[in-house]
Design a protein around this ligand. Structure first.
Ligand code: FAD
Length: 359
């Protein structure tokens, strides 16, 4: 093998909120760019997954974007302009952030596989190869859409799309659409699509609408629950299972219009749609899956971190440290899968990894 491995102390994989926060704290702790650490990201530009979000996700209807450490969102973007698209505003913010703090981000570089040999990690990419003593993995979830397969999917003649494919409601205009999923994205996109198409809403469990605004106390509860799960080695689960769906004016409107009359999950596909347990059928041109994403960890497979339950047992102050190997941190994973969580995780991971490696 003639590959040259660039030796660094730490490789951060991914430059979304979680990777940028970690990079900021590594740099602040005195690690040098290039020799001390690098950040590898497979996108062409700044913005992490935000650059791929649909155009109607604006500063008005995002759940709330937490500032990255050291520079506020409003320093980079006119956050008072609520109609601003998140897929424009966040990339702008991250780009300014990366430049201001001179973070050593190399892109586009896709990490294909991380292996371990003689106490070092070998990071194989589609570009240069790296060798590091520690890893902060911050690869998010956007690249791993989750779509359960129901019997007969191969016989269905219509189209199947996932949240990650969504650009605008136009693609659905005049069509019959089955929208699957009970999370925030499902409800928001159902609202948009129902204005131009005939929709049927399908969820596994009855939706849990609650009449209050999302508040920090609820957020903390949700995070504590996921924190406990990952420490036990269980796969992280959805925050909506704790917080429910707060009733917003948009949801109120949908409830009034009957758009949120929900059916249970169907049993199987037919050629032209789907069929339920009781034999009833609905025809569909498109089945639109809003069934979430999974953490993008495939490149870490050779490290055997995932247990038989499908989780990675975690430890450390904010559960970013892989319990079986403290030289590996996962940020933006489980309890830190939000912009606020990602920030804090970046800090904890940087601090703990520097201590573990005695840097
Ligand atoms: P990402 O932003 O996904 O960054 C990961 C980066 O790693 C990407 O650039 C990716 O391309 C790169 N990458 C992946 N695999 C590799 C690889 N093998 N090699 C190299 N690079 C790789 N959170 C909030 O706090 N507020 C909100 O309003 C909010 N709205 C959301 C709306 C939607 C529709 C979704 C899906 C999520 C939302 N979230 C929100 C959650 C939010 O996206 C995350 O909390 C946070 O932005 C994710 O940051 P991240 O750094 O973990 O991941």
């Amino acid at each position: 093998n003639l590959s040259v491995f660039y030796k660094v102390d730490i490789v951060v994989i991914g430059a979304g909120q979680a990777g940028l926060s970690a990079a900021y704290y590594l740099k602040k702790a005195g690690l040098t760019s290039g020799k001390g650490f690098v950040v590898l990201d497979d996108e062409f530009g700044a913005g992490g997954a935000w650059q791929h979000r649909w155009d109607t996700l604006t500063l008005q209807n995002v759940n709330g974007i937490n500032d990255l450490p050291g520079m506020s969102f409003s320093d980079a973007v006119n956050t008072a302009e609520k109609a601003l698209q998140a897929n424009v505003a966040l990339p702008q913010y991250y780009e300014k952030y990366e430049k201001t703090f001179e973070l050593p981000i190399i892109r586009p570089v896709k990490v294909i596989e991380v292996t371990e040999r003689n106490g070092r990690f070998l990071i194989r990419t589609n570009g240069a190869q790296f060798s590091a003593r520690g890893i902060i993995n911050a690869t998010g979830t956007w690249k791993t859409p989750y779509c359960p397969k129901y019997p007969g999917w191969e016989r269905f003649k219509g189209k199947q799309l996932h949240t990650g494919d969504y650009k605008s409601a136009e693609e659905f205009a005049g069509k019959q659409v089955i929208v699957v999923g009970g999370g925030i994205s499902a409800v928001q996109l159902l609202g948009e699509i129902s204005k131009v198409a005939k929709t049927t809403w399908v969820t596994r469990r009855p939706p849990d609408f609650r009449n209050y605004e999302f508040n920090p106390e609820l957020g903390r509860e949700a995070v504590a629950m996921v924190d406990q799960r990952v420490r036990e080695g269980l796969p992280p689960n959805s925050v909506v299972s704790v917080t429910g769906l707060p009733i917003t004016p948009a949801i109120e409107w949908m409830l009034e219009k009957g758009i949120l009359e929900r059916k249970p999950m169907f049993k199987e596909y037919t050629e032209t749609g789907v069929r339920w347990e009781d034999g009833t059928t609905v025809d569909a041109d498109i089945v639109f899956w809003n069934t979430g994403f999974r953490h993008s960890l495939d490149h870490l497979t050779p490290l055997h971190l995932v247990n038989e339950q499908g989780g990675v047992p975690m430890s450390g102050q904010l559960a970013t440290q892989v319990a079986s190997d403290p030289r590996i941190h996962l940020t933006g994973y489980g309890p830190s899968a939000s912009t606020i969580g990602a920030n804090r995780a970046g800090r904890a991971a940087a601090r703990e990894l520097i201590a573990t490696l005695s840097l």
